[in-house]
Ligand binder design. Structure first.
Ligand code: ATP
Length: 365
């Protein structure tokens, strides 16, 4: 039995669809995942994340479409023939087995020799930084350590694909922050093609090479964390990843550059615009991220400046969220360095500058 790390496989999901009666849970999903890539399925409850995972792992048959690992079609195979490592939110470690026995479980099932098994378990204990703890029972470990054992068990047999189904949701907030970085590092070192499922945008932004944003059984946008945050293409994407600050507007291309027309006489420059939004008169959302609203002392003469009244301030340590009522734009939120905001009183009038903004499609539904 070969114990060397196998070569990571690309994964192809090709027009996969799943319905439950009349209800479409996953609509024609297509996605190519590169070998060794860490991809996150992100979306609200009910958007079809788990259903897609179940089709990948073989727990649910798809209605149509294909799934391939490299060139090999796997969607006709039973779950135990798909060579997938699974990690669930409840770890599902075997309580009566030691840490080492848990990690070796899949190797035993696959008939690895004792020597090969021991060597691989040592490698994985090192990878998940649990050297010396192989003899312990799961109950003698912390929650974060138990989750690392579950990850080691899933990686042990060199799977073609690792599926992580909300693996951090049972951990408390502090531990979750640490374990998500651990998981990301382990995945990078192991270089296994990985799909991670979460409804937590911060987890997705921190951990992923690419994010697949899902909504109502469909894919809204696929991109790097930066792309999803900096250039959301839909209203849903702009709202789900990052804070709102969306204002209804009309795209105005009459000056040669993209502007957002709000009401009769307000036209604001747009620095980035979703690719398919180039038609004059298109109904759009004008989106400004909180960190792109600069606050200055109010000066009526100031160019490109709006009058804003401070409604509330929320200190977060290094930054402050400032809720503002801005003439022409309504209620929006700025995020600035705490040192810059200082003792700005609630009710004060200040100058608000838009440093960067973009247009996103208005949903027609
Ligand atoms: P969560 O984050 O809550 O786990 P999810 O994105 O994983 O949500 P899915 O579990 O994939 O969502 O469910 C997608 C949709 O399909 C939901 O509306 C759900 O009610 C529906 N669904 C899932 N399984 C079945 C089933 N066996 N029969 C009928 N409807 C189902």
């Amino acid at each position: 039995m070969n114990t060397s790390n196998n070569v990571a496989q690309p994964v192809h999901i090709d027009r996969v669809r799943k319905t439950f009666g009349e209800f479409v849970a996953v609509r024609e999903m297509s996605l190519d995942i590169a070998a060794g890539e860490f991809v996150t399925f992100l979306g609200p409850s009910g958007c079809g994340k788990s259903t897609t995972l179940k089709m990948l792992s073989g727990l649910l048959p798809q209605d149509s479409g294909e799934i391939r690992f490299g060139h090999k079609r796997i969607d006709m195979l039973p779950p135990n023939k798909r060579n997938i490592g699974l990690v669930f939110q409840n770890y599902a470690l075997f309580p009566h087995m030691s840490v080492a026995e848990n990690i070796a479980f899949g190797l035993r099932m696959r008939g690895w020799s004792r020597a090969a098994k021991d060597k691989r378990v040592d490698q994985l204990l090192q990878l998940v930084r649990l050297e010396g703890l192989g003899g312990r029972k799961p109950e003698q470990l912390s929650g974060g350590q138990q989750q690392r054992v579950a990850v080691a068990r899933a990686l042990a047999f060199n799977p073609d694909l690792v599926l992580l189904d909300e693996p951090l949701s049972n951990l408390d907030a502090k531990l979750r922050e640490q374990v998500r970085l651990d998981l990301r590092d382990i995945q990078r070192e192991a270089n296994q093609t990985t799909i991670f499922v979460t409804h937590d945008q911060v987890e997705a932004l921190v951990m992923s090479d690419r994010i697949v944003l899902m909504n109502k059984g469909g894919v809204e946008q696929v991109g790097t964390p930066y792309e999803l945050y900096a250039t959301p293409t839909t209203e849903f994407g702009a709202r789900f990843v990052g804070a709102n600050n969306l204002v209804a507007a009309t795209l105005d291309m009459s000056s040669g550059t993209a502007q957002a027309r709000i009401g009769a006489d307000l036209a604001l420059p747009i620095t980035t615009c979703a690719a398919d939004l180039d038609k004059d008169g298109t109904t759009i959302w004008f989106c400004v991220r909180p960190e792109h609203l600069a606050l200055r002392p109010w000066n009526k003469e100031g160019e490109g400046q709006f009058a804003g009244r401070v409604l509330d301030k929320i200190y977060q340590g290094t930054t402050v969220l400032v809720d503002l009522d801005v003439t022409g734009l309504g209620t929006i939120r700025a995020e600035r360095a705490a040192l810059e905001v200082g003792d700005l009183p609630i009710g004060a009038y200040i100058g608000v500058h838009i440093e960067r903004s973009h247009a996103v499609a208005r949903s027609t539904g």
